[in-house]
Design a protein around this ligand. Structure first.
Ligand SMILES: *Cc1c(COP(=O)(O)O)cnc(C)c1O
Length: 393
């Protein structure tokens, strides 16, 4: 076999991530690769830290992107903060909460699970009750924006309850960062991780994390060293810290150019504006979806604007729907996960992809394919409904 260049099809990415990447970000990636200890690169790393502090709304000195995807951010928090045998309260209301539980076990911790149904937020009352029963626990982990269902949990309230019981919080903000209000310092979140490819609209492969002094103190008091060499924050900070830099691993130089560009664009737009834009685009999409006669899984008050879980209409095979959207329209939407497989599809409006062009294109394609599949929908009304919302605001 003789292979030649790989030329990917041009898709519109409206699934659960990666989201559409802005041309400015892709262009940034194509700039010349330089060394990971080059003074020019180190200066850019400092800018990334500052830009991430803005995105997370924190002044934490330890605010860096890990050279690995969002799941590594999760693992980093657990391997550093959890000591073998330690009880960790973990709130599970979807697939990523489940992943947290698994990660806690593999870090040697003992997960105490608080379960809520898929499609519901984490119940603060259950957290309060559980903390009363498990007085030795010092860590509470939860997902802020559960991408498997499109639900937002109240991170501020959960953190308040955790702190009241002398616990630190480990918070998954992979899908919320840049898309929904997230205020790390104001809410007192202790160890927070995210991902580059959702509402930041960067390419995949980086996990921004931020830890406050309370979290770092807990790590300093560890009796047993961190079992992961790569994710040991003490070692990582030798490279990312502000003192003299030492080689730890070769950073993904060009992907970091991309993150720098994506974060600079977020700063240009303004965080509050980005949050409002996601909400506005959700309202336009919702209006079209409901006019078509389709229903949402999650109630509006706790629904994520950037991840829309929509019930698959009766008689429609969601795999056929998704593959026709992909093949006929170059449009990617997400499948349901876990117990929601086949029951929902997930439409992402993330970062750069949260725009009116995508909303209209998605409604048009969805209507055409569903009508062709003889699904019971209202035809010819969705785009007007979305347009009316867009104009009103
Ligand atoms: C996508 C996602 C992750 C995992 O991120 P990867 O970059 O795929 O490893 C974790 N948590 C949530 C809530 C996510 O949406």
């Amino acid at each position: 076999m003789r292979y030649t260049s790989f030329n990917p099809p041009v898709r519109t990415l409206m699934g659960s991530g990666p989201s559409d990447v802005h041309p400015r970000v892709l262009t940034a990636m194509a700039r010349p690769t330089i060394g990971h200890l080059d003074p020019a690169f180190i200066a850019m790393m400092e800018e990334i830290k500052g830009l991430l502090q803005y995105a997370f709304q924190t002044s934490n000195a330890l605010t860096i992107p890990l050279s690995a995807p969002g799941s590594a951010g999760m693992e980093c928090c657990f391997v550093n903060l959890v000591e073998p045998g330690e009880e960790v309260i973990v709130c599970v209301n979807g697939v990523f909460g489940e992943r947290m539980k698994d990660s806690i076990e593999r870090s040697g911790g003992v997960p105490i699970v608080i379960a809520d149904p898929m499609g519901s937020p984490v119940d603060p009352n259950k957290l309060e009750e559980t903390l009363r029963k498990h007085r030795d626990a010092r860590l509470v982990a939860f997902v802020h924006a559960e991408t498997s269902t499109g639900v937002l949990s109240d991170a501020k309230q959960l953190a308040e309850i955790a702190h009241h019981h002398d616990c630190l919080t480990i918070v998954d903000t992979v899908t919320s960062l840049g898309g929904s209000p997230l205020k790390v310092d104001e809410w007192g979140l202790d160890a927070v991780f995210s991902g580059s490819q959702k509402c930041l609209s960067c390419t995949p492969g980086l996990a921004p994390i931020t830890l406050n002094d309370r979290a770092l103190d807990k790590i300093k008091q560890r009796k047993i060293r961190v079992q992961s060499w790569f994710l040991d924050l003490n070692l990582l900070m030798g490279y990312w810290g502000s003192g003299k830099r030492a080689y730890h691993h070769t950073a993904p130089i060009n992907t970091l150019y991309a993150l720098h560009e994506a974060l600079a664009m977020l700063q240009e737009e303004g965080l509050e504006h980005s949050w409002a834009r996601h909400q506005h685009m959700h309202r336009a999409l919702r209006s079209g979806i409901e006019a078509m006669g389709l229903a949402f899984l999650v109630k509006e008050s706790v629904r994520l604007p950037q991840l829309n879980a929509i019930m698959v209409p009766q008689g429609v095979d969601d795999a056929v729907l998704r593959s026709r959207l992909l093949n006929d329209y170059n449009l990617e939407i997400g499948a349901g996960l876990g117990s929601l497989a086949g029951k929902i599809v997930r439409i992402g409006l993330m970062g750069y992809g949260a725009n009116m062009k995508n909303v209209m294109y998605c409604l048009e394609a969805l209507e055409a394919v569903l009508a062709d599949m003889r699904a019971p929908i209202q035809k010819g009304v969705a785009m007007n409904a979305a347009q009316n919302v867009a104009v009103l605001n």
